[in-house]
Design a binder for this molecule. Structure first.
Ligand SMILES: [Zn+2]
Ligand SMILES: [Zn+2]
Length: 132
């Protein structure tokens, strides 16, 4: 069982499943939403994600129509994003995961808009835009 939480600890969740994939998204929206060089995202199944506490703290912002970015309204931690067209696929923000984990597949996307000050030092695949 995977455990996760936001910065203030108000939002706590468990995930009953694997985390096979990690994507680092370097698009401008993710940079601004995280306040960093990229968003670290694990795709998860909505049915396996359970909010143990803080569901009432979850607030969403839509920078793009049809895509909700969900965060803790108390501390601002980004928790996940989801598209209206695929509500079962949540894109969990990996930095909120407390349980140590490894992913079989990791890659960078939207590197065409990568921050000028960000140096990618791994050998994971890099895609200029969306990966697939
Ligand atoms: Zn919080
Ligand atoms: Zn992005």
């Amino acid at each position: 069982m995977i455990n996760g939480s936001c910065l203030c600890g108000g939002v706590r969740y468990t995930y009953d499943g694997d985390l096979p994939e990690l994507s680092l998204c370097h698009c401008r929206q993710c940079q601004k939403a995280q306040g960093s060089a990229f968003a670290a995202v694990c795709p998860v199944d909505a049915d396996r994600l359970t909010f143990v506490s803080g569901r009432e703290l979850l607030k969403e912002y839509r920078a793009t129509p049809g895509k909700a970015r969900v965060f803790c309204a108390n501390c601002g931690s980004p928790i996940y994003s989801a598209r209206d067209s695929a509500p079962q696929l949540l894109r969990l923000r990996a930095g909120t995961i407390d349980t140590p984990f490894q992913c079989r597949s990791a890659y960078h996307k939207y590197v065409a808009s990568k921050a000028t000050w960000d140096v990618i030092g791994d050998d994971w695949p890099q895609y200029p835009g969306a990966s697939k």
